[in-house]
Ligand binder design. Structure first.
Ligand code: ZN
Ligand code: ZN
Length: 665
């Protein structure tokens, strides 16, 4: 039995297109595997713990459980509505999951992979509490960006350990936090360094995930604090602490497998404990994780080490989907660049198959997907309808109208070119699916539909029906062979529409080995076009909805300043005298800048756009009264201004050379 999982959706908000970017290809993958005769278990569930849920529930004045209930039901409903068929959709706040997690952690303790240590943690003197993860905000010690307690989400993207954040403030009341000592528990991640390097070398999946993880293991592996000061979560054995949400969430894959197996009669221990083969130090399972790029650390580093620690089987592949853009801009819920699956898409009455096709067919699984309503309309009207839908409808309608759906009273035989085209599409799809190439798979059935359209057109059955009815029947029999192949081959991507077509032509099961069979396909009832056109006015309406949302988000974030505020800034033109990269940093460059009356050392996060040697001699705008700070241990006294272009810095420089030290007003 093969196990396929999807990264657990966090039960703290509604389903959006970013979720579907991972879940739809996973569902498509599972549907194809099942058509090929493989036994697959497909599981997922809500991730219910962690500080964001607690913080949000507090804000709404409800319990974390109530908040989780709401979103758990929402996800279940939305996933079913878009045709994602999990065998089990669990939740991590359930008793069975708590039990599984406690046993797992106990095993890690027994194997001596967990130790305790006193650490300095952010503490709010006003709220009188420790501030785990999202309860605290401050400065990233690596890149100097504003960061959350557990993640540098606006800067370098690093995962932050408790106590690492600089200048912490309480997120609830805004008070400057103190550091206080407390005993916490650590997982000996560093003991797994060699194992992880070997594992990441051998594990299957997409390179985007693995490359990133390998680099991180080589450079920055540290032991991992696995306890938090919270009430909501799985209790850590013998302490008034809970285990960190990123310890218990992936264990959800195991507890959901066990629950699914209870219902379906499979054996979870075969999947997770026995595995399928041993190779040196690695016990492999037949387990495939579909994830988003934002959770690569957790799935490629923490999780395999935890599994190895309890001697469980390891995932055989980690498949990461590329990021999502909306109308060309980086996906962002707060800035309004988002498509909500239920409120925007489903409630507008769009066929879920259209979105499935868009996500799978827009680009390869590892690349960034841009969702645009215009492109959406184009893909539906000019690809699905004009090609696939057109072929299926014209063939079935022709057979219905001229032969009452049955061409088999004539003596007809298979056309070699048709048999070959069908075989080719099937083989391409089988190969593509094994390589996580869902775009190639969907292109293959679309090419078969094009072939069908050309075949129909070139044989002119509308002429043959008048001159040679037997010949005409043969053409239609061959076209029906293509229609049947398309119905099966496109089913995993377009399940709702292809089920309808299957009813019309009497196909009752979707199996790969039926595709090549030249069967006596009949049209059993009056055909309908499989797809409905997307109207331009509807698309304009959707675009307007999004523009309004973006404008509202902008208004919310605008903070007006006065001349007085502005005059607090001492802005001057300086000239870069020297520049060198800060050691061990991807982004930082150390500059010496002449600002007229002195030469300042300034550290700037511009190494991704500029080489040090390009910078020397450039005039730049300097914030001269910036509070001094240390970035990666290097002092910085000032800041240089730059435009932020999709995360890359482009320096501001005077339009013509000016005297050094000139004031900027
Ligand atoms: Zn950072
Ligand atoms: Zn506070």
């Amino acid at each position: 039995m093969k196990l396929v999982t999807c990264g657990l959706p966090y039960a703290n908000g509604k389903a959006h297109i970013g979720h579907l970017r991972t879940y739809i290809p996973a569902d498509v993958y599972v549907k194809y595997l099942r058509m090929m005769g493989e036994k697959v278990l497909f599981i997922c569930g809500s991730d219910c713990h962690g500080t964001p849920i607690v913080v949000n529930a507090e804000k709404e004045g409800i319990s974390p459980r109530e908040l989780v209930d709401r979103y758990h039901e929402h996800f279940k409903k939305v996933f079913a509505s878009v045709g994602i068929e999990f065998d089990y959709f669990g939740r991590t706040d359930s008793e069975y999951h708590h039990e599984m997690t406690k046993n797992f952690v106990k095993k890690l303790i027994e194997k001596s992979y967990v130790y305790s240590k006193e650490i300095e943690l952010a503490y709010c003197p006003k709220c009188k509490r420790f501030l785990p993860d999202r309860y605290v905000e401050g400065i990233c010690p690596y890149c100097g960006a504003v960061a959350r307690g557990d993640e540098c989400d606006q800067g370098c993207g690093r995962y932050l350990e408790p106590g690492e954040i600089k200048e912490p403030r309480c997120k609830i009341c805004g008070t400057k936090a103190e550091f206080r000592k407390q005993k916490h528990y650590f997982f000996k991640l560093t003991a797994f360094r060699d194992f992880l390097l070997e594992y990441l070398d051998k594990v299957g999946g997409t390179e985007n995930a693995l490359n990133y993880a390998r680099k991180w293991v080589k450079q920055e592996l540290k032991d991992w604090c696995i306890t938090r000061n919270l009430e909501w979560g799985v209790k850590f054995p013998g302490e008034d602490l809970v285990v960190y949400v990123w310890v218990d969430a992936p264990i959800g894959y195991i507890s959901y497998t066990r629950e699914a197996c209870k219902n379906l009669g499979c054996d979870w221990e075969k999947i997770w404990v026995e595995g399928v083969k041993k190779e040196g130090d690695i016990k492999w399972g037949d387990i495939i994780h579909f994830i988003g790029l934002d959770i690569v650390y957790h799935h490629c580093i923490f999780w395999p080490a935890m599994l190895k620690g309890v001697e469980f089987a390891l995932p055989s592949a980690i498949v990461a989907s590329g990021m999502v853009k909306v109308e060309g801009k980086t996906f962002s819920k707060t800035r309004g660049y988002v498509v909500w699956v239920e409120d925007d898409y489903l409630k507008s009455g769009f066929n879920p198959d259209y979105l499935r096709y868009y996500i799978v067919n827009y680009t390869s699984h590892q690349k960034d997907l841009n969702f645009s309503w215009k492109v959406f309309m184009d893909k539906v009207n000019n690809e699905l309808i004009a090609n696939l839908g057109n072929f299926i409808y014209r063939v079935t309608y022709f057979a219905w109208k001229n032969f009452e759906g049955d061409v088999w009273s004539f003596n007809v035989k298979a056309d070699d070119s048709v048999i070959k085209a069908v075989e080719k599409a099937r083989n391409e799809i089988v190969k593509a699916i094994k390589n996580w190439e869902f775009k190639i798979a969907s292109d293959a059935f679309m090419e078969l539909a094009s072939f069908g359209n050309n075949y129909f057109q070139s044989k002119e059955p509308w002429e043959l029906i008048k001159s040679d009815k037997e010949k005409c029947a043969e053409v239609i029999a061959n076209c029906l062979h293509i229609v049947k192949a398309l119905t099966i081959l496109a089913y995993p991507v377009l399940p709702f529409s292809m089920k309808e077509v299957a009813k019309i032509i009497g196909v009752d099961e979707f199996r790969m080995n039926k595709v090549n069979e030249f069967e006596k396909i009949k049209v059993l009832k009056k055909p309908k076009p499989p797809f409905k056109k997307v109207e331009e006015e509807k698309i304009e309406e959707m675009e307007k909805l999004m523009i309004d949302r973006i404008r509202k988000a902008d208004e919310k974030t605008v903070k007006y300043v006065t001349i007085d505020d502005l005059s607090k800034l001492d802005l001057r033109v300086g000239k870069i005298l020297r520049a060198e990269k800060v050691k061990k940093s991807r982004k930082l460059i150390k500059l010496e800048v002449d600002i007229g009356n002195e030469v300042r050392q300034i550290v700037a996060g511009i190494a991704e756009t500029y080489k040090p040697e390009e910078l020397v001699g450039k005039q730049v705008v300097v914030v001269a009264n910036m509070k001094p700070a240390k970035l990666m241990g290097v002092e910085s006294r000032g800041m240089i201004l730059a435009a932020d272009v999709e995360g890359k810095a482009v320096l501001l420089t005077p339009e013509k050379e000016v005297p050094i030290g000139s004031k900027v007003r």
